[in-house]
Design a protein around this ligand. Structure first.
Ligand code: ZN
Length: 332
C-alpha cells in the first residue's frame, strides 16, 4: 500500500509539539483494545451484550473456537501444508522407519530411530498449527476521527534505541503504526513486527507467531534431511545383501525411493527458507524490511543488538500478550 503524502504544514514549533502530544495520548488510548464501533451507544446495547468481539471484527481474519483461534481468510492453505507433511511422513514410518527398526532390532539405535521418526514430524506439524492459528499481533483499529482530519500529519518520527524511525498514520486503522508494524493487505489489519503473509501457513507472520513459524521451517528442513538419510540407508542395506542389484533394491524399497525424491524437491524450499531466516534472525530484520531494502542505504538497523541477542529476542522471551481478546464480549 502506498503511503499517503503528507500535506503542507504551516505551524509554529510549539503548536506542533502540543499537537503531537495530543495525538500521542489519542494513540495510546487507541492501541489498547478500543471499543468496537457503536458499542458505546445505548441503542442496541441490550442486543449486543452477548456478541463476541470477533463476530463484528472488521478485518479479514477467520475465527474458530469462539474467537480463541485466529487465522487468515484462506485458512485451507494450512490444511494442504499439513497433508504435504502427514502423507509422506506416514509413508516414511511405514516403509522406512519400521523396516529399519526391524533390521536394527536389539540395537538401541533402532528405538532412537523410531522415536525421532515420530517426534520430528510431530514438532513440524504442531508448530505449523501453532503459527497458523494464533493471533500474529493484530492491532485493533481505532474509531475514525470525528471532524476535520487535516491536522493529522501523515508521518512522524519516533526514537527507537537512539535512532529516529519514521512511522506512518494508517487511515484504515486510524492510528500511527508502531515501528515495524505494517497493514497486511490480506488480513486487512495492522500487524506488529510484520514479517510476511504466508499462504502455506494460511496467515500473516508477525510478532507473536514468528517463533513458531521458525520452528516449523527449521523442523521441516530437519524432517527432509532425516527422512532422506534413513531412506538412503535402507536402500544401501538392500544393495549390500548378496545377489541384489541396485535396481532390485530400488524395486524392493519403492517407499524409500518415493521419500528420497519427494524430500529432495521439498528441501530446496524449506532449506532455502531456513537459511534465509537464519540470516534475517542474525541481523534482526523482518522479511518485509529485507525485501524493501530498509537498511541498505546507510540506514542503521536500530533493532540489531548482535547475533546472539537477536536470536534470544525471538526464542528466549515469553510470547507477547495479545492486543485484543477476540473471545470477550464486544461491549465490555
Ligand atoms: Zn492497519
Amino acid at each position: 500500500m502506498m503511503p499517503p503524502r503528507p500535506g503542507p504544514r504551516e505551524e509554529t514549533e510549539e503548536g506542533t509539539r502540543t499537537r503531537q502530544e495530543e495525538e500521542e495520548k489519542t494513540l495510546a488510548s487507541r492501541v489498547s483494545c478500543p471499543p468496537v464501533e457503536g458499542s458505546g451507544t445505548t441503542q442496541g446495547q441490550e442486543d449486543k451484550r452477548k456478541e463476541k468481539r470477533y463476530e463484528s471484527w472488521p478485518g479479514n481474519e477467520t475465527f474458530f473456537c469462539g474467537g480463541r483461534c485466529v487465522t487468515g481468510p484462506y485458512y485451507w492453505g494450512i490444511l494442504g501444508t499439513f497433508l504435504l507433511i502427514l502423507i509422506p511422513c506416514t509413508v516414511f514410518v511405514a516403509f522406512v522407519a519400521f523396516p529399519l527398526y526391524k533390521e536394527l532390532k536389539g540395537n538401541a539405535g533402532g528405538t532412537v530411530l523410531l522415536v525421532i521418526s515420530f517426534l520430528l514430524p510431530c514438532v513440524s506439524m504442531s508448530s505449523l498449527f501453532c503459527s497458523g492459528c494464533m493471533d500474529p499481533g493484530i492491532i485493533p483499529r481505532a474509531p475514525a476521527p470525528v471532524g476535520n482530519t487535516d491536522h493529522i500529519s501523515r508521518t512522524r518520527n519516533v526514537e527507537v534505541n537512539g535512532h529516529m524511525v519514521l512511522v506512518r498514520y494508517n487511515e484504515t486503522c486510524n492510528f500511527y503504526q508502531p515501528p515495524r508494524a505494517h497493514h497486511c493487505s490480506v488480513l486487512n489489519d495492522c500487524i506488529e513486527r510484520f514479517d510476511h503473509y504466508c499462504p502455506w501457513v494460511g496467515t500473516t507472520i508477525g510478532k507473536r507467531n514468528y517463533r513458531f513459524y521458525l520452528i516449523f521451517v527449521f523442523s521441516s528442513t530437519l524432517v527432509c534431511i532425516y527422512t532422506f538419510t534413513c531412506s538412503a540407508f535402507l536402500i544401501q542395506m538392500r544393495v549390500d545383501e548378496p545377489d541384489t542389484t541396485v535396481q532390485e533394491a530400488l524395486r524392493k524399497e519403492a517407499g524409500a525411493l518415493f521419500i528420497m525424491i519427494y524430500v529432495f524437491i521439498g528441501v530446496w524450499f524449506v532449506g532455502g527458507l531456513s537459511f534465509f531466516h537464519i540470516y534475517l534472525l542474525s541481523k534482526n530484520q523482518t522479511t518485509y524490511e529485507n525485501i524493501r531494502h530498509s537498511y541498505d542505504r546507510n540506514y542503521t538497523n536500530p533493532y540489531n543488538r548482535g547475533c546472539l541477542a537477536n536470536w534470544a529476542e525471538v526464542f528466549c522471551v515469553k510470547v507477547p500478550p495479545r492486543n485484543c481478546n477476540f473471545a470477550e464480549a464486544s461491549n465490555v
